[in-house]
Design a protein around this ligand. Structure first.
Ligand code: HEC
Ligand code: HEC
Length: 289
């Protein structure tokens, strides 16, 4: 260790460190600085004792005040839940028609339903319920399973071809793939479907044959006149509204491979008040019966 010397110019002791002839003076730290430093040390010790601070292997020191941001958030969430429960309580005991006829309940149901629709239904049905190919439009007058409040509620609770025991079900068979019909027969019956909807048919289609095939194979679900059947979710083929598309290729494809879209059951995922709100909201979209 270098020997300490006194700097000749300032008369201050040096630390003995020297770089290229520059020497470091050993001036004491300013008093105010030291006090601030001691104060922060004391403060940090007090803080460790009071507040959660040091991480440990599996836990952390919790401090004697028991402060926890998580607890604060949980309290706020609880308060919000209580508020919502108070507002929603009326809905839990009311039936759907009553909710629709009571302005205060209707207002709550619509707001609640709209936000739940955006979170849960919009990915498949579109944000305004307009639907996509294979996902039905919910704001027109065409209903596969029924458009009354109770029908919609039932669809929501248990789904369609879902994994719930009480689901709505009924599949359209794969007539081509399962060799129930030959390709020529599929062509004829597909054209007959076009004629039912008032659309142009192919010149080489045998519509007489198509009609016979329709009566034998399709009418059991779609009805003699093609108006559909809600018990099995078979769509009306005459209204010009198509879930999958109206062009001949799409119809042939459906007859060949069958149809059976799946809508999930919500009874185990959403609370009863939200499910009622959704039924009322969906009913209000335009096609409610
Ligand atoms: C994973 C996609 C999916 C989600 C999510 C979904 N649906 Fe559906 N929904 C469908 C499909 C597909 C059908 C048509 C089933 C069929 O072909 O019968 C359908 C049918 C319906 C029907 C019956 C329409 C009719 O014509 O009878 C209603 C009502 C409905 N959905 C409402 C909702 C609501 C409300 C939600 C949100 C809670 C929702 N759906 C979420 C896919 C979905
Ligand atoms: C066992 C009942 C059943 C039979 C039999 C049946 N269908 Fe269907 N069909 C359905 C159901 C249910 C749907 C709707 C499937 C869905 O929602 O995904 C459907 C859908 C369709 C569609 C699509 C409609 C649209 O909006 O896009 C066409 C077209 C159709 N069927 C034609 C036929 C023809 C033609 C036959 C006879 C060869 C036939 N179906 C026989 C039940 C049946």
């Amino acid at each position: 260790m270098a020997e300490k010397e006194i700097d000749k110019l300032s008369g201050v002791e040096t630390t003995g460190h020297e770089w290229d002839g520059l020497k470091e003076l050993n001036n004491p730290l300013p008093r105010w600085w030291l006090w601030v430093f001691y104060a922060t040390v004391v403060w940090s010790v007090i803080y460790w004792i009071l507040m959660p601070s040091w991480p440990m292997l599996t836990d952390y020191t919790r401090g004697i005040r028991g402060q926890s941001q998580r607890a604060v958030v949980m309290q706020e969430v609880d308060a919000l839940k209580t508020l919502r429960a108070e507002k929603g309580a009326g809905l839990a005991d009311a039936d759907l028609a009553e909710i629709q006829q009571t302005p205060a309940m209707l207002e709550f149901a619509m707001a609640n339903g709209r936000s739940a629709f955006g979170d849960n239904c919009a990915p498949c049905h579109g944000s305004g319920g307009g639907g996509f190919k294979g996902y039905p439009n919910l704001n027109d007058d065409a209903w596969l399973w029924g458009g009354s409040l109770d029908d919609i509620h039932q669809t929501l609770l248990y789904g369609i071809r879902s994994d719930h025991d009480e689901t709505r079900f009924g599949d359209m068979p794969a007539f081509g793939r399962d060799e129930l019909l030959t390709p020529d027969e599929v062509f004829d019956v597909a054209n007959y479907v076009h004629s039912l909807a008032g659309m142009d048919t192919a010149a080489d289609a045998n519509l007489e044959e198509g009609k016979t095939l329709y009566m034998d194979n399709c009418a059991v679900c779609h009805g003699d006149e093609g108006k559909g059947m809600r018990e099995v979710g078979a769509p009306n083929l005459t209204d010009g509204i198509w879930m999958y598309g109206s062009d001949l290729d799409t119809i042939v494809d459906g007859i060949n491979n069958g149809r059976g879209a799946v809508m999930p059951a919500w009874v185990d995922r959403l609370d009863p008040v939200t499910l009622k709100s959704l039924a009322v909201y969906t009913h209000s979209l335009g096609g409610g019966e």
